[in-house]
Design a protein around this ligand. Sequence first.
Ligand SMILES: *Cc1c(COP(=O)(O)O)cnc(C)c1O
Length: 454
Amino acid sequence: MISHPRYSPEAISELCQAYPLLDQLVALRPVSWFNPERLPAEQALTAVGLTADDVQDASQRLDRFAAYFSVAFPETATSQGRLESPIQPIARMQQALNEQFQTNLTGELWLKMDNLLPISGSIKARGGIYEVLQHAEKLALKAGLLQRTDDYAQLHSEPFRTFFSQYRIAVGSTGNLGLSIGMIGAKLGFQTSVHMSADARAWKKALLRENGVTVVEYNSDYSVAVAAGRAQAADDPYCHFVDDENSVQLFLGYAVAGERLKAQLEQAGIMIDRANPLFVYLPCGVGGGPGGVAFGLKLAFGDAVHCIFAEPTHSPCMLLGVYTGLHDQISVQDLGIDNLTTADGLAVGRPSGFVGRLMSPMLDGFYTLSDEEMLSWLGLLNAQEGIQLEPSALAGMPGPWRLIEDEGYLQRLGLTPERLGRAHHLVWATGGGMVPPAEMAKYLAQAAALDCEE
Ligand SMILES: *Cc1c(COP(=O)(O)O)cnc(C)c1O
């Protein structure tokens, strides 16, 4: 069992004095914080211990598995078994937000549509699926059933499913990670169990059960579900636990997005360099997804890319951890923040210490926003662009406007009006592709109700 420090009321009040922003976090007010300790990419990357070669290795593994996906998940056949999502400009949304914020964002607003990723309709299809593939390949290679040069389509067969059925995979999740791991784990033949926190949606649990996954439900939050999964795996040599809080494999799976985005932008005729910067806004839960993606982006674009993490006002765990330097040694609950949010993937009270320590020197900043704000952008994006996302996936949307109102940050990084005028702002839409129509209608109704209140 991993134990965490407990804080006395005195210790918390001292902390709040030393870190003035905490009072606003506790009051659940939206805050922005731009990282004064951001380092040049080269310097930050050398400190990481993971390299471009590690990401390359992950990328090649995904390539080997493309043949498997084409047959096991026929919806991926049109993309030759590659799991990737499109990017697209959202000029009407940019215009609408300019009006809402009464501030003119120059440059171009784009959307990275991970809601369209196959199999789980969220960013978790990157890291979660990758880790299961890595594990399956390792087992099959070790057993002498597979060679790296083989056609991996053969993994979609009874002999392989029988082989994998001796093994178990466990994961703790608020929903989307469980969905990704569950779908791929069960498809390969693993006995797969997903430990779900109380906030996980009923339809996600039902979908997993339909696909032969064991779903274990908890009445508490994400950390408890993860701890339960970890405990199940601890004394079972046949069980692999996907550790969302600490996994290097998950992280590398996410990081492959960097080079792929670079190729996509090139294809769209978009050049990124110091004079033409790229800003990327990533919704953050425990940190693995946005952290891994940001790592890949830094490898691909160096100092030309600026990564900003977005969190709900009720679950600002990564901001709290990085800002205080306490990382996973503190949770939002320690400050009396409830970690209750409608933003599924983001309801995490304690950040990944691994990701926070590794990534904080590479990140430009963090901000928080309310559930109402996410819902309101959910409605606006649907109205302006006809694109439907889940609430978490909208967390990045106001990021560009938060950034351009922070003079200190812009000056510190030399972000002149000229450079900003040539910038691309990419909002990472992390999920929503699998939300059932009836659930989406509820989100849209909630968004519409908010508009009426105004
Ligand atoms: C999981 C998730 C995130 C954040 O990823 P973390 O690795 O938990 O930080 C963001 N958006 C959605 C929709 C997610 O499911």
